[in-house]
Design a binder for this molecule. Structure first.
Ligand SMILES: Cc1cc2nc3c(=O)[nH]c(=O)nc-3n(C[C@H](O)[C@H](O)[C@H](O)COP(=O)(O)O)c2cc1C
Length: 181
């Protein structure tokens, strides 16, 4: 079972990338590829730019990575209540090539932030639009107060209730990989 995991952020210290990687590690036996959005850098999307350059390779590569996976784990960073510009830009480019960006892959959405809100606004938005973009959404989990519940040295969540909640989400994902809808 191949899982693609990424933080929807281009921060080199992304806590969402760390959370996506940790959560994916809870699926026993899975082959996990943790992607970095910095590997899919693109000019700012506009229809004018699209007319000039067509379908950029980085957006095709992103879609190909999702195509190659049996399941997807995304953790959304929240900037001013919404997606980071880096994710939204890549998503916009990708959606012009294939509107079903997530290609009906079983997917878990996560979100975290240092604060008590746990990036729940962006998670709510992502859940709401999921049906329009081919997301076979299995579960969605917000993790508040990231730095209080995560050990950066080990790369693991230390709060048992959150480990349990993430394990439930990952079990659901694993059970539904390969299940035709
Ligand atoms: C421009 C900007 C806006 C932010 N807005 C929010 C916000 O609306 N809600 C929130 O919980 N955190 C907000 N934060 C803090 C982020 O949650 C924090 O930077 C977090 O580390 C981002 O996730 P990442 O490390 O995966 O990029 C914001 C940070 C920046 C730089």
């Amino acid at each position: 079972m191949k899982i693609i995991a990424f933080g929807a952020s281009n921060s080199t210290k992304s806590i969402n990338k760390a959370l996506a990687a940790y959560a994916s590690s809870l699926i026993p036996g899975a082959e996990v590829e943790v992607m970095d959005l910095n590997d899919f850098e693109l000019p700012l999307f506009s229809e004018d730019k699209e007319s000039q350059i067509g379908q950029p390779q980085a957006a095709k590569d992103f879609l190909e990575k999702i195509r190659s996976a049996d399941g997807v784990v995304v953790s959304f960073a929240e900037h001013n209540g919404s997606y980071t510009a880096a994710y939204k830009n890549l998503f916009d480019w990708a959606s012009r090539i294939e509107q079903q960006v997530y290609q009906n892959k079983p997917t878990v959405f996560l979100a975290t932030s240092p604060g008590a809100g746990g990036a729940s606004s962006v998670l709510t938005g992502a859940k709401g639009s999921a049906p329009f973009f081919g997301v076979d959404l299995q579960d969605a989990v917000s993790v508040p107060s990231f730095y209080d519940v995560f050990d950066a040295k080990t790369g693991e969540v230390t709060e048992p209730s959150i480990v349990d909640r993430l394990q439930i989400a990952m079990n659901t994902l694993a059970e539904n990989v390969g299940v035709a809808k």
